[in-house]
Design a protein around this ligand. Structure first.
Ligand code: NAD
Length: 339
């Protein structure tokens, strides 16, 4: 299969490309990434070294660039698109929603249209549980829960889901949408909760917690999500939405305490700050459809996933320092100057 992965230099996209090369020997991966602040070529340096130019091709570009997308799809005879490319940070979307509309909505439509014109037989749109809004203390999101996004980020993702759905309904395009809960694991940009807490705790800096810290998320180890995306790509029913979750509901404050304990740091680093506007209280996923139709279940519980994650960051402090200092941009410039 010749797969066009977008946003493959980000957190989940890069884990997905590693997952594909670890588990499949019959794929060609073409990765189109704009290399925003969240895109890091270092995440795929080992893949580039081993498979670059043969089974792996990197294209520096924007998913809004219709002619580049069409040219890339044609040149590599793409038979599947997996769209991870997005602006992904809720706080940034509150400060400035416009890049979220441009990339998450317009960019998705550009990809859908190119795939439609070239009759590409598979399109997987990577989405999020945040499109469903917020839960009370009870209940789970299922694929039929009405969409009720509360942040500019989740509204842009819900819009992209609706476009993907419309391309299936109107043009019969074989689109599959996956909606996943909060991911954690290697290569996550340290603006997100788990690597942020790790980084600040290691430097004995205060750890900001929104509101009362009791907002609950259903945490999933990133590799389990990647396994689900690969299964949806290979076995998902056209037009279907699949939820993925970790069966691991945790309040933010408890996650922070677990990480501090693992690192031998004091809870006195925790500092409560003013809540995020429109902060959803609780997310939790019913993923029984993915289990029934795809045979998917997560392999990691939170205890094992967080231990693996802390171990990864502990032994990849250089990666973290390079991201914090902006040094990963130098890596990118060198990468270019070598070519
Ligand atoms: P990320 O911010 O780490 O990575 C996004 C990647 O997309 C970066 O490499 C960036 O350079 C690239 N990109 C951004 N705009 C682009 C554009 N216009 N053209 C091409 N590339 C562009 O994000 P992530 O956390 O890896 O999330 C990936 C996808 O998964 C997103 O669609 C997100 O909505 C979804 N998702 C994330 C989570 C989570 O917990 N992180 C959960 C569910 C779903």
């Amino acid at each position: 299969m010749n797969i066009l992965v977008t946003g493959g230099c980000g957190f989940i996209g890069s884990n997905f490309i590693h997952y594909l090369f670890d588990t499949r020997d019959d794929v060609l991966v073409v990765n189109v990434d704009k290399l925003t602040y969240a895109g890091n070529l270092q995440n795929l340096a080992s893949i580039e070294k081993k498979h670059g130019g043969s089974r792996y091709v990197f294209v520096h570009g924007d998913i809004n660039d219709a002619s580049l997308i069409m040219k890339t799809m044609r040149a590599h005879q793409i038979d599947a698109v997996v769209n991870f490319a997005a602006e992904s940070h809720v706080d940034r979307s509150i400060n400035d929603p416009s890049p979220f509309v441009t990339t998450n909505i317009n960019g998705t439509q550009t990809l859908l249209e190119a795939a439609r014109q070239l009759d590409i037989p598979r399109f997987v749109q990577i989405s999020t549980d945040e499109v469903y809004g917020s839960l009370g203390p009870e209940g789970l999101f299922s694929e039929t829960t009405p969409l009720a996004p509360n942040s500019p980020y989740s509204a842009s993702k819900a819009s992209a889901d609706l476009l993907a759905r419309a391309y299936h309904k109107t043009y019969g395009m074989p689109v599959v949408i996956t909606r996943c809960s909060n991911n954690y694991g290697p290569y996550q940009f340290p603006e997100k909760l788990i690597p942020l807490v790790f980084t600040r705790a290691m430097q004995d800096e205060s750890i900001p917690v929104y509101g009362d810290g009791l907002n609950v998320r259903d945490w999933i180890y990133v590799r389990d999500h990647c396994k689900g995306v690969a299964m949806a790509l290979e076995k998902g029913q056209p037009g279907q939405v699949y939820n993925f979750g970790g069966h691991a509901e945790m309040a933010n404050i408890n996650i922070i305490k677990i990480i501090l304990r693992e690192l031998g740091k004091s809870e006195s680093l925790i500092t409560f700050v003013k809540d995020r506007p429109g902060h959803d209280r609780r997310y939790a996923m019913d993923f029984s459809l993915a289990t029934r139709e795809l045979g998917w279940t997560p392999d990691h519980d939170f205890a094992s996933g967080i231990r693996e994650t802390i171990a990864w960051y502990t032994s990849n402090m250089k990666w973290l320092r390079d991201v914090q200092s902006g040094e990963y941009r130098t890596f990118m410039n060198e990468w270019y100057s070598e070519r």
